[in-house]
Design a protein. Structure first.
Lengths: 164, 737
């Protein structure tokens, strides 16, 4: 909110060291979209239900609409813009994206699972993806794409451990 | 072919309206009615805000007619002296800071002398509640075939039923939004939309601008489902009015809560059936009454009602049919276009009723469908003789086989006899969906498509039909490639920008591929002819010929054109509602396998099989995606999504308490297609987008009925409502014992 205290934060954003001034009331989502022009991260609901604004904070998925920007101070933030394109072919093939508004959030949760493949041993993919609402695909395209993505990672194709 | 814009979406590069950088942009906001009905007595601006910083627009700033151009002129762009629904737009504000805007919104008080609203479309309005005509009926339509009264009198059995469906919010993941600015005397708007030319019409009407002083450009659109058919015209007008007054660009983006409170929803319905049958279950006569909640303005309700009643008698052959439909005025925000457009409501009723008839006669639900499904040569309620498409019984048979229907019915009987807390059931629905505009609608649309040969030899398809997730860009690219024999790299789809593309009609009614795609093919043929090539010319010859044409005609446009022509077999009489309601129907048979937990009353979908005939499948991944997405959206309507109302508007306007399905709530949707190419559709295709919505609610509700031996006549079947139904029936049973 204007009139609120301005806070200086230092963070690692998509691999880069960043120093920025944020308002006390700014959400991480606002900072990314309007402060840094990283519009890949979308606002779907603004209350942490839909997951369209998912980013990774110190490697874990969070809803950036629920996180005050100043809490990113001294943390590592990754957005959809950092995911290498050649990681995305399985999702492209399977029909994981239709309108695209939920897609960056889906990709970020998927990227987290992809980098922590053991998650898929103990959790169903549908459970891991339950925080990312999609209104277009009915989820089959997303789940099948993730399965193929994980399988390609396991077989050492682009985006295996070395690339991560 | 891979989705053309797929990588752009996966990488987050795709630009939606809120992503567009706009220099010197103001933010817009809407001040809304605090009451569902009344006279505006006073509007007070608190002196805690410096209003000189703000652009403020009211109805006096509208240069043309103060109504949103559609079927009737009854919906104001901004309220004048009375309001007819909660949240109706009254004033518009713009300011450089979003925070200042939200403070300003709470510093304006609109005082309304409240009058008695109509809040239930099922009740006859009192004299002081009449607000449309002399009976609040927004539209009355009737279909009559044969002799209904005498057929009812002669029927060995008459089975009655009453069915209700609730409203549904679209929840496109991208909310509504527009940005407007003026440039060289042209008012320009870009944003989230399905129908750029609807907005051109609306601007011509309300802004008094000539069509060439208006430019509408679709931005990447994050889902529509009908919710971005007619509704965006109002937001576009609001953004334009603010921008014209401020002399600066204005962005007007709804947040989720505002979007859910004020935007259109699926029409709530009540449908009554009175059906005469013989002892074998053959349909002798169907007498059906449909009422829809239209909300506070006419908007699209007449055409939703039309599609609703045409589909109300289901995919069955019956000689005597009467369907009486009314769309009712209420003081709710108008209900509007939503995938299926009235057909899911009436087919839910029809398919529940078929099971009720089967139950009453002691016939198998499969058998009653087998003997009544419409065959080639039979006629629909409007008298349309069905001539093509896959055999409907074969479609149903395939769904039964894929779902192991018979074996599972037996297994569930056994399970239900022994399990203490759970009940399982199988449910079947057979249904149909007419593709394209109803009756002579496509003739009135008069759609036009251009295919340009560019100087570098590439081919550019120019239509006003938009990509909103359903795959327009990909299928159009594929159709041009196939028709002209050129590679995908040689094909460009022009942006849906009214300064560049002709009016090929709205992106609605499952018409984009079947109708507009067909025009695209014809425009390709025209282009090839214009460069002097024969039908069998190879693609590389075409590219060379296009370049040569430009060498010889430098600076000129090379355009292949096509305009809609009604297929010869289609005949329709709007006055009597007789004839060929649609050029073609798609046919479906869906089977749901569900489990109810008797402790929580949650209905869990264990398996879902969706079999359909949609002509030819043009793109397997996209077609499956349409079916799977449609099924899951309809599962939400069936089991989870309930609008809670306060003063006629949605109160649970948050995804926290308006629950849509997540990946964890639904099983894989198993899809199969039977193919029967439709000669008048692009590549043999019929419409697909809306079909899946029609079969889901009845399949699930029939499964719940089978699991519990109860008779849910409504959706959504939420745990609360199912508990009421079961506890209620338990009480009744207890009383009788």
């Amino acid at each position: 909110m204007s009139g609120d205290a301005v806070i200086e934060i230092r963070l690692t954003l998509n691999g880069e060291s960043v120093v920025a001034q944020v308002d006390q009331g700014d959400r991480l989502l606002d900072f990314l979209r309007y402060g840094r022009g990283l519009t890949g991260t979308k606002e779907g609901c603004g209350e942490g239900e839909c997951g369209a604004c998912t980013v990774l904070l110190d490697g874990l998925p969070v809803n950036s609409c629920l996180l005050p920007a100043w809490q990113a101070n001294h943390r590592v933030v990754e957005t959809v813009e950092t995911v290498p394109e050649d990681e995305l072919s399985a999702l492209l093939e399977s029909g994981a994206t239709q309108c695209g508004a939920c897609t960056p959030g889906v990709v970020m949760t998927g990227w987290w699972v992809r980098r922590n493949r053991e998650l898929a041993d103990t959790h169903a993919l549908r459970e891991l993806m339950a925080g990312n609402l999609c209104r277009c695909t009915g989820y089959d395209g997303i789940i099948e794409g993730l399965e193929a993505w994980l399988a390609s990672a396991a077989s050492g194709r682009p985006g295996s451990e070395e690339g991560a | 072919m891979k989705r053309v814009e797929g990588l752009s979406k996966l990488t987050g590069r795709e630009m939606y309206v809120d992503d567009l950088p706009v220099d010197g942009c103001l933010w817009g906001a809407t001040v809304r009615s605090p009451a569902p009905r009344g006279r505006i007595r006073e509007i007070r601006f608190s002196d805690t805000v410096d209003w000189s910083e703000f652009t403020v627009v009211d109805h006096r700033d509208i240069p043309g007619s103060n109504s949103i151009f559609l079927i009737e002129d009854d919906q104001p762009v901004l309220a004048v002296d009375r309001v007819r629904h909660l949240h109706e737009p009254v004033l518009l504000l713009a300011h450089p800071s979003r925070e200042s805007l939200s403070r300003a919104l709470s510093a304006i008080e609109i005082e309304v002398d409240v009058q008695p609203p109509v809040l239930d479309f099922r009740h006859r309005p009192g004299p002081d509640q009449i607000q449309y005509g002399n009976d609040n009926v927004l539209k009355h339509l009737r279909i009559e075939k044969g002799e209904v009264e005498s057929a009812l009198a002669e029927s060995p059995r008459v089975i009655e039923g009453e069915y209700e469906t609730g409203a549904q919010e679209h929840v496109y993941l991208e909310t509504q939004g527009m940005v407007a600015w003026e440039e060289d005397g042209v008012i320009t708007v870009t944003g989230s939309m399905q129908c750029p030319y609807y907005i051109v019409d609306a601007f011509e009407h309300a802004l008094g601008r000539s069509r060439d002083a208006v430019r509408i450009i679709q931005a990447a659109t994050g889902g529509g489902f009908g919710g971005k058919e007619e509704f965006p015209s109002g937001i576009a007008l609001h953004a334009a009015l603010l921008s014209m007054k401020a002399g600066r660009p204005v962005k007007l983006i709804y947040d989720r809560s505002e979007d859910m409170q004020v935007s259109t929803k699926r029409h709530p319905s009540r449908v009554r059936h009175r059906t005469g049958v013989d002892h074998d279950g053959r349909l002798l006569v169907q007498d059906i009454e449909v009422i829809l909640d239209g909300g506070a303005y006419v908007t699209l309700s007449p055409v939703v009602l039309s599609r609703s009643i045409i589909h109300a008698s289901g995919p069955y052959a019956c000689d005597h049919v009467r369907i009486d439909g009314r769309a009712m005025f209420t003081n709710s925000p108008p209900f509007g276009a939503f995938r299926g457009f009235g057909a899911p409501q009436t087919q839910f009723a029809c398919e529940r009723h078929m099971n009720r008839i089967a139950e009453a006669l002691g016939i198998d639900p499969v058998e009653i469908r087998r003997i009544n499904l419409i065959g080639n040569g039979d006629s629909t309620a409007t008298g349309q003789v069905i001539r093509d498409g896959a055999d409907r019984v074969e479609v149903m048979q395939r769904a039964l086989e894929m779902s192991d229907y018979r074996d599972r019915v037996a297994a569930h009987d056994e399970f239900n006899a022994t399990d203490p807390t759970r009940r399982r059931g199988m449910g079947l629905a057979t249904f149909f969906h007419g593709a394209g505009f109803t009756g002579s609608g496509e003739v009135f649309l008069d759609s036009e498509v251009h295919v340009a040969g560019l100087p570098d030899g590439r081919i550019e398809a120019r239509t006003a039909n938009v990509e909103m997730g359903q795959g327009t860009l990909t299928v159009f690219t594929q159709l041009v490639c196939d028709r002209l024999g050129v590679p995908a790299e040689a094909v460009v789809i022009a942006p849906a920008d009214t300064a560049r593309v002709p009016d090929s009609g709205p992106t609605v009614a499952s018409r984009t591929v079947m109708v507009v795609g067909g025009l695209l093919e014809k425009a390709c043929d025209d282009l090839r002819e214009r460069v002097g090539l024969r039908r069998d010319a190879e693609g590389h010859a075409l590219v060379a010929a296009v370049r040569r044409w430009h060498d010889e005609n430098a600076g000129q446009d090379l355009l292949g054109r096509a305009k809609y022509e009604q297929p010869e077999h289609v005949e329709w009489d709007d006055r009597t509602y007789r004839g060929d309601a649609y050029g073609a129907y798609a046919w479906g048979a869906y089977v749901a396998d569900i489990e109810v937990d008797l402790r929580t009353f949650v209905v869990h979908v264990r398996d879902f099989v969706a079999v359909q005939e949609i002509g030819r499948v043009l793109h397997d991944t996209l077609a499956r995606g349409q079916i799977q997405g449609g099924v899951v959206q309809a599962l939400g309507w069936t089991l989870l999504e309930e609008c809670k109302w306060r003063d006629g508007a949605m109160e649970n306007s948050q995804l926290t308490n308006y629950i849509i399905p997540s990946a964890g709530d639904v099983p894989p949707i198993r899809v199969a297609f039977l193919e029967a190419p439709y000669p008048h559709g692009a590549g043999g295709a019929k419409g697909i987008g809306e079909l899946p919505f029609d079969g889901v609610a009845p399949a699930v509700a029939n499964a719940v009925a089978s699991a519990l031996g109860t008779d849910p006549t409504f959706v959504p079947i939420t745990p609360e409502k199912l508990m009421d139904l079961l506890v209620g029936s338990a009480k009744t049973a207890g009383g009788a014992a």
